[in-house]
Ligand binder design. Sequence first.
Ligand code: GAR
Length: 199
Amino acid sequence: MMEQQKKAKIAVLVSGGGTNLQALIDAQGSGILQSGEIRAVITTNPRAYALERASKAGIETLILPRDGFEEALEAALEERGIDLIILAGFMRILNADFTARWPRRILNVHPALIPSFCGQGFYGLKVHEAALERGVKVTGATVHFVNEIPDGGEIILQKAVEVLPGDSPEVLQRRVMEQAEWILLPLAAELVSKGVINT
Ligand code: GAR
């Protein structure tokens, strides 16, 4: 019998629509993500559509309380032997005690070219509103490791995306997702998973 390839066990943290989660699920199907496997999708928002995407893909879902979130999360991750955490549209800043326990084991996707339009208060559509307000002609997405500084960890991958005349925040958000986030996040997940199973 062929030996099963060892895979990094991944937990994906989500808050909303979950299109980045979907990109990871699709990448698992296509083989772009092959060194890691999504074992759990975790949220504090019981109405997150991402939960339906996970269930449809047969992935366990967990809704954890907002109060004492990091403690509950740590227990859930340990119970499942999780190796790698991916923040895919997760709208909450993890506390420094937690990030210190997972060095280079938490990834985040941010919808701008860090260090532009990032840090506390820059999330979701707000990032694109700020980019349009500033009048930048190029924006993009960044996948980075998470540390105690919001959006401050080591950058793994970045991709630039054009801002076009007449863009609304929603139109720009969609272009950044399609041209950058949904491509970069699976690539970074594979890169880091490969590192995890080889250490
Ligand atoms: C994505 O654009 C993601 O980069 C952003 O929220 C959106 C979530 O969409 N994340 C942040 O702003 C985190 N600082 P999704 O739920 O469809 O993946």
